[in-house]
Design a protein around this ligand. Structure first.
Ligand code: PLP
Length: 869
């Protein structure tokens, strides 16, 4: 990287660029950061890079904070944290590890700190800060190694937390606020030192000189604080989506990108549902009049969303329709409240006492109804029950849940009411519990039952456009639709790893075919994507997908535990990882013989039962054991009938109407049900699926006494056909976060198989013969259904290319077939390949999951071998 040799003047403008966890977890992502920073520098700007911790690290650190009393567990988490940083260190190819080791040592000292025992909040803040301190240190070393001179800053030297009135101790240390103003002295001091800087998001200095952290959305907020202090030209939030939209694009694919918003509108959209930007980060930049730009890391050429003081758009228009689920309404009824002095003060005092922040309010002569938003409140059934008891002293109380708030956002809302008749008619047909029109004239909110929201929002969005209250023809505000952008993105999807490795694969094929080849880098990338979601307390790898020992070791190093469905799978994990603690193994068999359960219990693995029989007939085996129960939620999902594992036609899980019987037998035998599990199928690309499983398991768990864990199974799909839309990880994270906020008492576990390994594996085969029968052309290869049975068994579609002639133009349609004596031995139907010759190397992609492990010796042909890159 070439540093421009023209130096900047002292008053050169500043740009603050912020990158989240996934953006700082791999070398290609750091290269991207370097190029964005260098582009700004070349354009004559000073750059401050603000970074989050590596993906998943804050959760591990939080795990230390939450489980502080369990030192061995904390040490284990620390080991994982150290391993993750060392791995990235290795990937970045840096020479000296001292600086990063110093932070890891600091973490070790924190574990020895006497404050650990009580989990003191100031201690937790120091633990959490290690994530950002370490990632920024790694980043600064790498950027300097690339030749971009970058100065490391400690954010705590610039951001001072302030105590707020009524702030709890928790808030003071773990959700701190900073008061900022433009400080030309800081800007001048930094300008004297250099041009490019890197600092941590999320952390600040507390009043007494210790460390405090900023809470949810902390890194965005830090970037906004720095933007204000430096009076930057802009704060750029680099993320994985193209910007803010006129509706949640996962609900409304026709939602339009919002090209330009003013601060108040953006604040309103962020507060009422959009997750791209944390509402907290708008206030500091608004006061300093610093624009925020939301930019897509994967598509930097897109303009994104710009948020500024004045959009200069004069057309009154609704900019967005947003929704929040999980809203609880508290309706308070009393005939004596009318003209009664202090009634509202009394009831609101009760909310304050229970730490509940009220969002919307509707009032009548004899009724006051308020809404509680789960993202601002630690809402659970206990708190609500206690609140109701207190309120009963003044009025009759009714709790209405789950509700959803649908909000229309736009400047001058009251002036547009007359054009909303079609929208209001839609609401007229529903049970609307509350309507609120904000005093700032920016929003109109309807609270309705949650169940109808997902279908209602797309309809309302279309109506707003039709009624011309959402003026999508105004190009200064509305950009392209999500659907258009997604189509563009699919056409420019990242080329798969095997294209880069073509030469190496061709070389490998000279030694043996058919052969599966696995890219461990790709496995790691998939793993880190999942870890980056942050919401899941424990990830397991379902090794039925591919039990190759190197893959097991690789995923162990990434922090994954393991899910096994047979005793032999348990043995395979132990052979690959002899030191793995037994409790990192989850045993989830189906119709297995009794000995396997006994062996797993004796080994100390976590055992999941998925039928009544084991508990009814072998109940004594489970006496005094903690067990998980796999339930059948009554419906299956997945890419093919044969991989759907829910509903009466599927052999898995205990039907909901038998759960109570199971419980009573478990109680009788002294077995403790501490986890609930559901896995509804495989190859699912819709992120909302896990939201639904999560909600169902959580509400079921509330009927039990001691459920600690909800295991949502696996099933995360990968796109195979060109028109498949990849699973939206950000949406998955949001969906899980939403439910987790409502049920924070349960740990969340997941156990994907396919997602981690499918794209990491390819099957290499050689053309044996070609044949023509009428119009049908066959290309025969030396790998058949005995190596890869998925096309025959599930009609699975795998991309197939002629690796020897990758750049040759595609020719006629061919059937790619194997050498097995079955008509079904077809790997791909009607594919266009360049003319194939005997000996050409054919590559069958996305074959890393359920490939080699399902192979057989049918026809006494040896199946494909396996090798890891
Ligand atoms: N968990 C259970 C209980 C399963 O049965 C399966 C697959 O059959 C998985 C996890 C992994 O599924 P996938 O590979 O689709 O993620």
């Amino acid at each position: 990287m070439n540093q421009p040799n023209t130096s900047l003047t002292a008053d050169a403008p500043w740009v603050v660029v912020k990158f989240g966890g996934t953006s700082v977890s791999t070398r290609p992502r750091w290269d991207n950061i370097a190029s964005i920073a260098a582009t700004h520098r070349e354009a004559g700007k000073r750059v401050l890079i603000v970074v989050s911790a590596l993906s998943g690290i804050t959760d591990l650190l939080k795990g230390i904070g939450d489980g502080c009393a369990d030192l061995p567990r904390c040490m284990e988490l620390r080991e994982t944290i150290v391993a993750r940083h060392r791995m990235l260190f290795g990937e970045l190819g840096l020479p000296r590890r001292n600086a990063i080791d110093a932070w890891m040592m600091r973490l070790e000292h924190l574990l020895a700190d006497p404050r650990r025992g009580s989990g003191a909040f100031d201690w937790q803040a120091e633990v959490l800060a290690i994530g950002e301190l370490s990632s920024s240190t790694l980043g600064s070393m790498y950027l300097n190694a690339l030749g971009l001179t970058t100065h490391w800053l400690d954010s705590r030297d610039y951001l001072q937390a302030e105590a707020l009135p009524n702030q709890s101790l928790w808030g003071r240390w773990l959700s701190a606020s900073v008061r900022v103003r433009h400080d030309p002295e800081i800007a001048a001091e930094l300008a004297a030192r250099g041009d490019v800087f890197i600092a941590q998001g999320f952390i600040a200095r507390s009043g007494d000189g210790k460390t405090a952290v900023l809470g949810r959305g902390g890194s965005d907020t830090s970037a906004a604080y720095f933007g204000a202090v430096l009076k930057a030209e802009a704060v750029e939030i680099w993320t994985d989506v193209p910007g803010m939209f006129s509706a949640n694009p996962r609900q409304v694919p026709d939602a339009r990108l919002l090209a330009r918003l003013d601060y108040a509108e953006a604040q309103e959209i962020a507060t009422t549902g959009a997750k791209v930007l944390h509402p907290r980060c708008i206030h500091p930049v608004r006061d300093a009049r610093v624009p925020i730009r939301i930019k897509d890391t994967n598509r930097p050429q897109l303009p994104g969303t710009e948020i500024l003081w004045n959009t200069q758009s004069t057309t009154p228009s609704i900019k967005a329709i947003s929704s929040r689920k999980g809203i609880t309404l508290v309706s308070m009824e009393s005939i004596s409240m009318w003209q009664q002095v202090g009634f509202l003060a009394d009831v609101f005092e009760a909310f304050k006492r229970h730490g509940l922040s009220v969002d919307l309010i509707g009032s009548a002569e004899t009724n006051v109804t308020v809404s509680l938003d789960p993202s601002e409140n630690l809402l659970n059934t206990d708190v609500l029950a206690r609140l109701c008891v207190d309120l009963e002293a003044f009025c009759r109380v009714k709790v209405i849940a789950p509700c959803a708030a649908i909000t229309l956002v736009g400047r001058g809302m009251r002036a547009m009411l007359h054009r909303l008749s079609a929208v209001l008619a839609e609401f007229g047909a529903l049970d609307v519990h509350l309507i609120s029109q904000s005093s700032n004239n920016l929003n109109l909110t309807f609270v309705i039952d949650e169940a109808v929201v997902d279908t209602l929002i797309p309809r309302l969005h279309a109506m707003l456009i039709r009624a011309e209250v959402m003026r999508v023809d105004d190009a200064s505000v509305f950009g392209p639709s999500w659907r258009e952008l997604a189509e563009e993105a699919t056409s420019i999807r990242q080329p798969p790893w095997w294209q880069r490795e073509r030469a190496r694969l061709l070389e490998l094929a000279t030694t043996a075919t058919p052969r599966y080849v696995y890219s461990l880098d790709q496995v790691r990338e998939q793993a880190r994507g999942l870890l980056g979601l942050g919401m899941v307390d424990r990830w397991h790898y379902a090794l039925k997908a591919n039990p190759h020992p190197q893959i097991l070791r690789c995923l162990h190093a990434e922090g994954f535990a393991f899910e096994c469905v047979s005793w032999n799978e348990v043995l395979a994990v132990r052979a690959a990882l002899p030191d793995l603690p037994a409790e990192r193994i989850l045993f989830t068999p189906n119709f297995a013989p009794r000995e396997e359960y006994r062996a797993a219990l004796a080994a100390g693995a976590r055992v999941t039962l998925d039928g009544l029989h084991p508990m009814l007939e072998w109940g004594t085996d489970f006496a005094d054991h903690d067990i998980f129960l796999r339930v059948d939620l009554g419906i299956g999902r997945g890419h093919h009938d044969k991989v759907r594992t829910g509903g009466a036609q599927s052999k898995f899980g205990v039907a909901l109407d038998e759960v109570e019987t199971f419980r009573s037998h478990a109680r009788r035998h002294g077995a403790r049900i501490v986890g609930l599990h559901a896995h509804l199928g495989s190859g699912i690309l819709d992120a909302q699926h896990w939201r639904s499983v999560h909600v169902q398991l959580a509400s079921l768990a509330e009927r039990f006494n001691r459920i600690e864990v909800l295991d949502l199974g696996g099933g995360l799909g990968v796109p195979s056909r060109p028109d498949d839309v990849p699973l939206d990880l950000a949406a998955l994270g949001e969906a899980l976060a939403e439910v987790k906020q409502a049920y924070p008492q349960f740990q969340l576990w997941m156990e994907p198989g396919r997602y981690l390994v499918a794209e990491a594996g390819v099957l290499l085969a050689r053309v044996t013969q070609t044949k023509r029968k009428g119009d049908v052309h066959y290309v025969g290869v030396n790998a058949g259904m005995n190596s890869l049975i998925r096309p025959a068994l599930y009609e699975a579609w795998h991309e197939i290319v002629n690796l020897s002639r990758l750049d040759a133009p595609a020719g006629e349609l061919v059937q790619i077939v194997g050498p097995i004596c079955e008509s079904g031995d077809v790997l791909g139907n009607n594919r266009r390949l360049p003319a194939c010759r005997e000996g050409d190397v054919i590559l069958i992609a996305e074959a890393g999951a359920y490939g080699a492990v399902m192979a057989s010796r049918y026809n006494l042909r040896e199946p494909a071998g396996e090798v890891c890159l």
